[in-house]
Design a binder for this molecule. Structure first.
Ligand code: APR
Length: 316
């Protein structure tokens, strides 16, 4: 916590994910939250409501809502969730044009008002949006990070725990790749209290869990019908915010800009990163099998297609 003042977290986009990030960050007492949105009244109303939950939940951090970018000034972290969520039948890449335009505008304002902040991307397709942001912001790569693997890992952990009837806290895992149908869950790095899941579940069960994880976002979109998941995504973001603000240096799977790691460069893709005060402090290179490496490269190729769309649309 900075001496004499609290951390400041800007949530750009006060929709389902943004407001829930704000809720978790306040509840975890990570700092004061500024909710920004283009819709008049929406961030103000949600901020007031969230602040009024404070006395009951026992937090003293406050939320403020705004439609004026000047209010994000001094933020330590900007969480970008503004944009359109996926609708049933829509792929994340269908969102490139609409959300790319929004992200470009947001970056101008982050540069103007909160250039010191670390930026966490949630807006989909997030690996592509994080790339666009890095280029627009001109930041060092460590300051722009995407939330993907933490959520995908959480889904895998919950499925494994459910299958085995153990606490989710006992399950550790790593999910790499792009946040989409090309994600790369790693059963070999999935353990239950240190025991590899491959010793606890038959191969077909593991394969079914991996497949469900891969389609985890789509499963929720199909059920909700009018939007996409937001509780687990927001919880994952709040955990990343906590790691960065408290300089925890925990290794979490996140979307990061690669500069040759895993044989990939000039692309964002989900990899294990050491997350601390400066953002992405280190990219950890795991020993992957050739099949996993190929899957990671396929993931990167899918992200590159999105980046090419940005170029074709003149957004880059
Ligand atoms: N600037 C700021 N906010 C904007 C802008 C903009 N230019 N355009 C849209 N918004 C706001 C909307 O007004 C809305 O409140 O972004 C918010 C998006 O919220 P939801 O529609 O509830 O979407 P949500 O479920 O929060 O998802 C946000 O996260 O997981 C991803 O795919 C998802 O890209 C989507 C994002």
């Amino acid at each position: 916590m900075p001496v004499g003042k609290r951390f400041k977290i800007a949530c750009i986009g006060a929709g389902n994910v943004g407001a829930t990030v704000a809720q978790y960050c306040l509840d975890m007492q990570l700092g004061d939250v500024v909710l920004f949105d283009i819709v008049d009244g929406l961030p103000q109303g949600k901020a007031l409501d969230l602040t009024q939950a404070g006395p009951v939940r026992g937090y003293s951090c406050v939320a403020t809502g705004t439609n004026d970018y000047r209010d994000i000034a001094g933020s330590n972290i900007c969480v970008v969730t503004a944009g359109l969520p996926r609708k049933p039948g829509m792929s994340r890449d269908d969102l490139v044009e609409k959300n790319g335009t929004i992200v470009a505008e947001i970056c101008e304002n982050i540069l103007r008002y909160a250039p010191e902040s670390v930026v966490i991307f949630v807006t989909n397709p997030l690996d592509v949006m994080a790339y666009l942001a890095l280029k627009k912001l001109g930041y060092p790569p460590r300051k722009v990070v995407g939330m993907a693997g933490t959520l995908d890992s959480a889904r895998l952990r919950s499925f494994v725990a459910g299958e085995l009837g153990v606490s989710m806290k006992n399950v550790d895992t790593m999910v790499l790749g792009s946040h989409g149908d090309e994600m790369v869950p790693l059963p070999a790095y999935t353990t239950v209290s240190g025991v590899p899941v491959t010793q606890l579940l038959p191969e077909d069960k593991i394969e079914a869990i991996v497949e469900r994880t891969r389609k985890g976002g789509g499963e929720i979109v199909a059920l909700l019908k009018t939007g996409s998941a937001y509780y687990a995504p927001a919880a994952s973001v709040a955990r990343m915010v906590q790691c960065i603000l408290n300089d925890e240096r925990q290794i979490l799977p996140c979307s990061a800009f690669l500069t040759g790691q895993y044989g990939l460069k000039d692309v964002f893709v989900g990899v294990p990163v050491r997350l601390g005060e400066g953002g992405v402090e280190e990219i950890i290179e795991l020993d992957l099998t050739s099949a996993q490496m190929e899957a990671l490269h396929n993931s990167a190729a899918a992200v590159r297609e999105g980046i090419q769309s940005l170029k074709n649309l003149g957004l880059l």
